[in-house]
Ligand binder design. Structure first.
Ligand SMILES: *Cc1c(COP(=O)(O)O)cnc(C)c1O
Length: 388
């Protein structure tokens, strides 16, 4: 059976061109970038080129502002704990939102245990943070604002440049988790005017286990891993050279015709959204209709458990998700949907279909063909649906 992958917010396929670019760095160019000899030099050059490519994708002024990490989770941990540790004598208050990825939320909760104070801002029914709320939350001892650029469950894109203006006026460091955005929409660290930005390779067609943290020059932040002098002493450990090369290549590819790819995926997304709205009743689109990631579709389908839709879709060869990969398998309703005001019952019936450049018009047609039937089959078995 031909399978369709629509869980690109969880992870993406590695682009074959990226894999080809990486291959020599396992068995041929295997030197340690810190070594003096030609093997080391070649590896060092490769890391430098990759750093330039990542800096280019997010329009960083200087490649030195890019620190390679093991992925989005590490970048978020580094940014938040690094600033907290560095500025704890100045203050212990952090502002974030209630719809962040767990990599941010659980890091903030950890810091609360260590004596920090965290404000979790609410969002409106579309999942948007109000910049006025950020302003109101600022205190004398606020040291960090961390708010995601785009949400991984509902795709809503936050007004980060407005929020960073407020941060700047108050001389507060600002971090954004841009893991879902980078590679999918244009991301420019100067337009966003952030001090720190997290990105992850496996969300835009490089392998898993490689990412980066952008650190604007002059930002005060404690180093993350103590050891050797790698990454300008900020993150010791011998570089993941092949992964870094892959991330660089993926960044370069993502930057090429980004707007065209964005438009194509947006068109597929809208066809899917409109088609589902037309075919299925008692259904609600989650997330902002237009301020949303090109590849994100998220619906709450009443009278149905998300898990049972996923199972039926999987049997039909369609890979989707009920929210974030990290919370599926747990019975808790999505913290994102609850924060957007959905009831636990409605939140449980949510379905996320996330697209990438590899999805086609045929994929959309297939889903539009299969999903309405899956929903009506499940509803036929639901006592509450039949009662209502
Ligand atoms: C996937 C994701 C992360 C975690 O990235 P990893 O590379 O898997 O650690 C963090 N934040 C957001 C918004 C994500 O979508």
């Amino acid at each position: 059976m031909e399978r369709i992958y629509m869980d690109n917010a969880a992870t993406t396929a590695t682009d074959p061109t990226v894999l080809e670019e990486m291959k020599p760095y396992f068995t041929e160019v295997y030197g340690n970038p810190s070594s003096f000899h030609s093997f080391g030099r070649e590896a060092r050059d490769a890391v430098r080129e990759a750093r330039d490519k990542v800096a280019d994708l997010i329009s960083a002024d200087d490649a030195k502002e890019i620190v390679f990490t093991s992925g989005g989770t590490e970048s978020d941990n580094y940014a938040i704990k690094g600033v907290a540790e560095e500025l704890k004598d100045k203050g212990k208050h952090i502002i974030t939102s209630s719809i962040e990825h767990h990599a941010v939320l659980h890091t903030c909760e950890y810091l609360e245990d260590k004596g920090f104070d965290v404000t979790y801002l609410p969002v409106d029914e579309d999942g948007l943070v109000d910049p006025a709320d950020v302003k109101d939350a600022i205190r004398e001892d606020t040291i960090l604002i961390t708010i995601m650029l785009a949400n991984n469950e509902v795709g809503t894109i936050q007004p980060i440049s407005e929020i960073s203006e407020i941060a700047q006026e108050n001389d507060i460091t600002i971090h954004t988790d841009a893991v879902q955005a980078v590679g999918s929409i244009p991301v420019d660290v100067n337009e966003l005017n952030v001090d720190l930005l997290s990105l992850s390779g496996h969300k835009f067609h490089s392998p898993k286990g490689i990412g980066a943290l952008y650190i604007r020059q002059g930002t005060r932040i404690e180093k993350y891993l103590h050891g050797g002098a790698q990454e300008r002493g900020r993150r010791a450990t011998t570089e993941n050279v092949a992964g870094i090369v892959g991330l660089g290549k993926a960044a370069q590819i993502a930057g090429q015709n980004l707007e065209e790819k964005q438009a194509k995926i947006t068109q597929l997304r809208d066809k899917l959204i409109d088609g589902i709205l037309e075919e299925i009743d008692e259904i609600k689109l989650n997330g902002h209709r237009t301020k949303r990631l090109p590849g994100n579709v998220n619906f709450s389908i009443r009278y149905i458990e998300g898990e049972s839709i996923l199972m039926k879709l999987d049997l039909a060869g369609i890979a989707a998700s009920s929210g974030s990969a990290c919370t599926s398998g747990s019975l808790e309703a999505s913290h994102v949907l609850l924060a957007m005001g959905l009831s636990a019952e409605v939140a449980h019936g949510s379905l996320r279909l996330s697209l990438s450049k590899y999805n086609t018009e045929e994929d959309i047609d297939k889903v539009l063909n299969v999903l309405p039937e899956v929903v009506s089959d499940l509803r036929a078995m639901s006592p509450i649906y039949n009662q209502d």
